[in-house]
Design a protein around this ligand. Structure first.
Ligand code: SF4
Length: 339
């Protein structure tokens, strides 16, 4: 597997679970790179609501969360003119292909997945979906015969499984699926404001991309800094401080260098440093807030984007499923003598 994308135009697939409005970690770790990728490649961006049900999502909340994530997709600049944007459950071929891939996926491979080992600890009786989740991921990618997938370190193992499934299926039924490559390093793990865990809404260590400046400051002021910098006059260590890392993503590079120097010499206090970060976040989010407001006032536009995206996705998906069904012998009509 090569880690470096070539300049060649590729078909790229990725998706995000519908957890409502996207947050800073989603933006920096995935959505921002996606916006860049859609400029050079044929991208398919999905909201993977079929995946959400495996973790017991609330059926009353799920539609709203899906809609809110769609608004976030559009607000950050994912562009239906440049990429396909759709909701997974609108294209039933995802779950059909996942079922068909059960035929070539050893249970042992699924049980070895680190995420399965972690997640299954949370259940007394483990739902089969927790085990089979990576098969649906493989189906998501291979349904579009995508040849590249932006992945962070934590998804590398699942991508390997997708490649294995493609290989095993091709060996059983004839060459058809590409083995998708990982665009490693295009997306990444963003550490939360607690300075410890990956940014996530459930841990409350992040800030929503549609938050206003007051909310942003309310969240950023709680951010953990260099633990050795106890007093204002103590020199700080930007290299161990997550506030500084976030500056690297969001603040003007010259100012970031200046902050590092001022931190080491205790010229800047952590409160002021966080204020600058909050301003940088606020400036980054401002155009997104505006675009989100536009789409919130016009929900029909969001629905049309997703409907049109699903139509385009379905056209590719149907072609794949037709070929797969035929090769797997699920075309009984071919046995009916004509005439
Ligand atoms: Fe971190 Fe900024 Fe405080 Fe330095 S001044 S320790 S970079 S918050």
């Amino acid at each position: 597997m090569t880690d470096e994308p070539t300049a060649k135009r590729r078909r790229i697939f990725s998706g995000m679970q519908p957890s409502g409005e996207a947050h800073l970690g989603n933006f920096l770790g995935a959505l921002k790179p996606w916006v860049e990728l859609q400029e050079q490649h044929d991208c398919i961006w999905c909201i993977v609501d079929d995946h959400a049900i495996t973790s017991g999502s609330d059926p009353k909340e799920l539609p709203r969360r899906t809609f809110d994530l769609a608004v976030s997709y559009l607000a950050v600049g994912l562009d239906p003119e440049k990429a396909i944007l759709f909701v997974q459950s609108d294209v039933a071929e995802h779950t059909e292909l996942a079922w068909l891939f059960n035929a070539v996926t050893p249970v042992g491979d699924l049980e070895r997945m680190t995420q399965y080992k972690d997640k299954s600890q949370q259940f007394e009786s483990v739902p089969a979906g927790i085990l089979n989740y990576p098969i649906l991921q493989a189906a998501d990618i291979l349904l579009y015969r995508a040849d590249a997938v932006p992945v962070g370190e934590d998804q590398r193992q699942h991508l390997e499984l997708t490649r294995d499934i493609a290989r095993k299926w091709n060996a059983a039924y004839g060459d058809y699926f590409p083995e998708p490559e990982g665009l490693i390093g295009t997306v990444g793990r963003i550490v939360g404001l607690d300075g410890n865990a990956k940014m996530s809404k459930s841990l409350g260590n992040t800030v929503g991309i549609l938050a206003d400046p007051d909310e942003i400051w309310g969240r950023v002021r709680t951010a953990v800094t260099d633990p050795q910098r106890v007093k204002r006059n103590d020199p700080g260590r930007p290299e161990v401080c997550n506030v500084y890392t976030l500056h690297g993503h969001l603040t003007d590079p010259l100012r970031v260098e200046e902050i590092a120097d001022q931190c080491r010499t205790a010229e800047i206090g952590c409160v002021d440093c966080k204020r600058i970060l909050a301003e940088s976040i606020s400036e980054t989010f401002a155009p997104m807030r505006e675009r989100a407001e536009h789409f919130r006032r016009r929900p029909d536009e969001v629905r049309d984007v997703l409907d049109h995206g699903a139509e385009r996705a379905r056209a590719i998906a149907r072609e794949t499923i037709g070929e797969v069904r035929e090769r797997m012998g699920l075309d009984w009509r071919s046995a009916v003598p004509s005439g």
